[in-house]
Design a protein around this ligand. Structure first.
Ligand code: IVH
Length: 714
């Protein structure tokens, strides 16, 4: 779909749009190109993982399209990148019929199973050896998409295989699924495609961190996270989960003769927009390539075409060895007969096609004994039960303790001390207890008693009605203090490199640090006498602590560890104030007016800033020299150009148009969309045309040169 010449062209167009961001007429005139440009960048980002624009530039272009469409609703198209955002909630899901039933796959577990399957396939086809296409078996939730005349018209869940549910609105949130795709280039009018919605290991961890931060239980694995997303009521919630999709099967398509027969009358021959399309549609691997060329994430790079079952066996084992290096979960491989005509000949049972088989990887499960439960106190006082197990080797690591989240979870899994338990580890993901093996009990097992008092400081534990966790609310509780310091120095917070959890614990034990402000008053002389602290590591630590004083306000807010305030909310809060202490003066209602700040978050922020100890701690941090002001806002507020509007025309000698505009904005100015009486300054470069003429007629407009403008922003 994209080659080096149109890539260059689209990149040039992106720059063009960025430079003409205020030229309404040009944008309206070229709005289709703007959409193409945005689709191209989505493809670079979500399919190739190789973006060509910064997030900021992409956002600018996206907002430009959004604004232009809002002002000119007639120009909106169904496949515009802005049309992913579902504004309304899903009101139940309509049942829909699949064009072709969604079958399951036969399973195999070892080389012997594969050899048997290949023998049957050869008997059936009377062939000596068969060409197979092998691809990963993605561990997610299956979906079915229909495109008509290049437009995505429906997305459905698998359901019972014959009927599923219409989840189009939710699927549109997945950026790796194009809203339109050039199937007509292959002569295809209607097409049904199958695939799997997955959540990458990284997104899964991030999402779980967020859930825990919100006081909810973590999800067991990426598969559950993906499948639980498809039927969510709020499409925005789906968007938050950062889902991806692999498309691996074309179950049905119709060809449009008009497309196929399009004729080039000048050269007197049919136009085949894709010369290779005829061949591509004959094999499964060709179909994967066609999907890839149409902008889908198909297993084009992961697939392997081989001849004969010996090659298959070798390949699936090789792939299993590198399974942990993949960014997403797979639970096996799928082997498919590559020739589609041969597939038709082999047919299917009511349960599965005869031309495909799944090779399941070894389950990463094991059984062990649950010996005891340790109750750990976290940064927010949450008491988490952790199951201590007889160490067991599973999926490449030895596991001896697993979090069991909360009291309800323990009840749900019916866990008792002394139980044999089945545990599972999915890839890099944290191990989970699947269930207790109650049939193996001998009567010596003991109920798990949840403590009524904090295991660290002894104060009484509390639980809110709407929550599953018990909490220690003594903010001086040692365990919480240590966890708060660990969070404060962590990478996503103040990022004090070379501090780390181990050092926090060590310094705390040695009474070298007792609270967060203590980070900025460490006694380096004493530390230099500790084992393992040479001059170099002390210098590094010192420098990292000093550097952290310059961290922007949003990081500081996140580092404070206010309940429910993750990185995004911290940014929102930082942007809403000029100085951190402004938050002290905001009411819960005012806080709730901020984007994505609900009742719970507002309450928590309000409480934090109305707690004497917290305010005292903030004063200490301010005295230590941390960045309490929102730098960006300060320049704008103090900017000498506040309230003034600017327009640039002609070619500037020193600045690019976009740079000049940013500069004006950074100093508080606004960019006008055209010459009108509201305009304060017209900055004129070389070859200025009609704008200059028009401005000359309005005597309130100041007409200045680029140098004069630069003086204004000095
Ligand atoms: S082909 C008619 N290919 O595994 C053949 N399925 O256990 C349709 N799956 O229901 C399936 N990766 O949800 C196929 N590369 C892949 C797959 C795959 C994952 C899922 C699919 C299917 C299930 C069967």
């Amino acid at each position: 779909m994209y080659n080096s010449s149109n890539t260059k062209h689209l990149q040039q167009q992106s720059k063009y749009f960025l430079e003409h961001i205020n030229d309404e007429k040009k944008i309206i005139h070229n709005i289709d190109d703007l959409r193409k440009v945005l689709r191209f960048h989505e493809y670079r980002y979500y399919i190739l993982n190789d973006p060509l624009l910064s997030d900021y530039e992409y956002d600018q272009l996206y907002k430009l399209l959004e604004k232009t469409e809002k002002e000119n609703p007639k120009l909106i198209t169904k496949d515009s990148p802005t049309q992913r955002v579902g504004s309304s909630l899903n009101e139940g899901f309509q049942t829909v019929q699949h064009l072709v039933p969604m079958l399951s796959l036969e399973n195999s577990y070892n080389a012997g199973d594969l050899i048997d399957w290949d023998r049957k396939a050869r008997e059936l086809t009377k062939l000596e050896n068969i060409e197979y296409c092998i691809e990963p078996k993605f561990d997610g939730a299956s979906i079915s998409l229909i495109y008509e005349n290049d437009l995505l018209v429906r997305a459905a869940t698998r359901g019972d295989g014959v009927e599923g549910e219409d989840i189009t609105n939710n699927i549109k949130q997945i950026r790796s699924i194009p809203l339109s795709a050039p199937f007509s280039g292959y002569g295809i009018q209607q097409i049904e495609i199958r695939g799997e919605v997955i959540m990458s290991k990284k997104s899964f961890e991030k999402y779980n961190d967020w859930l825990v931060e919100q006081g909810q239980s973590a999800l067991a694995n990426p598969r559950n996270a993906a499948s639980g997303s498809l039927r969510m009521k709020d499409p925005k919630e789906v968007s938050r989960r950062n889902l991806e999709a692999f498309l691996y099967h074309v179950s049905y398509y119709t060809k449009d003769d008009r497309i196929k027969m399009a004729y080039d009358s000048k050269n007197k021959k049919p136009i085949i927009s894709h010369p290779s399309s005829v061949n591509l549609l004959a094999t499964h691997s060709g179909m994967l390539q066609m999907l890839w060329e149409c902008g889908f994430r198909s297993p084009q790079k992961e697939k392997q075409v081989v001849r004969g079952i010996d090659e298959v066996i070798k390949h699936v084992h090789d792939f299993e060895d590198m399974r942990d290096t993949l960014p997403y979960e797979i639970d096996g491989m799928v082997v498919k007969v590559n020739d589609l005509a041969l597939q038709d000949e082999m047919g299917m049972t009511t349960h599965h096609p005869r031309w495909a088989i799944a090779f399941k990887f070894k389950a990463r499960q094991a059984t062990t004994k649950l010996r005891s439960i340790e109750f750990q106190v976290g940064r927010t006082g949450a008491v988490t039960p952790v199951a201590k197990l007889d160490p067991v080797y599973i999926g490449g690591v030895t596991v001896s303790s697993i979090s069991v989240h909360n009291e309800e979870y323990i009840k749900e899994k019916d866990l008792k001390i002394g139980d044999s338990v089945l545990i599972e580890r999915a890839g890099d993901v944290i191990p989970q207890i699947v269930k207790s093996l109650s049939e193996l009990r001998d009567g010596t097992e003991a109920e798990i008693q949840f403590p009524t008092h904090c295991p660290v400081c002894g104060s009484k534990l509390f639980k809110e009605e709407t929550e599953a966790v018990w909490r220690c609310i003594n903010i001086e509780c040692e365990a919480q203090v240590v966890e708060r310091i660990i969070h404060f120095v962590s990478k996503d917070a103040m990022d004090i490199k070379s501090f780390g959890e181990a050092n926090v614990r060590k310094f705390y034990e040695l009474k070298l640090i007792k609270d967060v402000p203590g980070i900025y008053h460490l006694d380096f002389d004493t530390i230099s006498q500790l084992e393992g602290f040479g001059k170099k590591s002390i210098d590094n630590l010192h420098a990292a602590i000093e550097a952290s004083k310059q961290q922007p306000l949003n990081r500081l807010i996140y580092a404070l560890g206010i309940r429910f305030v993750g990185e995004t909310t911290a940014k929102t809060l930082a942007n809403a104030v000029e100085s951190l202490f402004d938050l002290e003066n905001k009411s819960e209602e005012e806080l709730q007016e901020l984007e994505d700040v609900g009742i719970k978050v507002a309450k928590s922020v309000y409480q934090f800033f109305h707690n004497k100890e917290n305010i005292a701690m903030l004063h200490q941090l301010q005295e230590a020299g941390l960045q309490f002001n929102n730098e960006k806002r300060e320049t704008i507020a103090a900017g000498g150009l506040a309230g003034q509007t600017f327009l640039f025309t002609g070619t500037l000698a020193k600045l690019k148009r976009s740079e000049a505009e940013t500069l004006a904005e950074q100093h508080g100015g606004k960019i006008a969309s055209g010459v009108s009486a509201k305009l304060n300054y017209l900055v004129v470069g070389e070859d200025a045309g009609s704008k200059l003429e028009k401005a000359k007629k309005i005597n309130t407009i100041k007409i200045i040169t680029e140098d004069e403008f630069l003086k204004l922003v000095q």
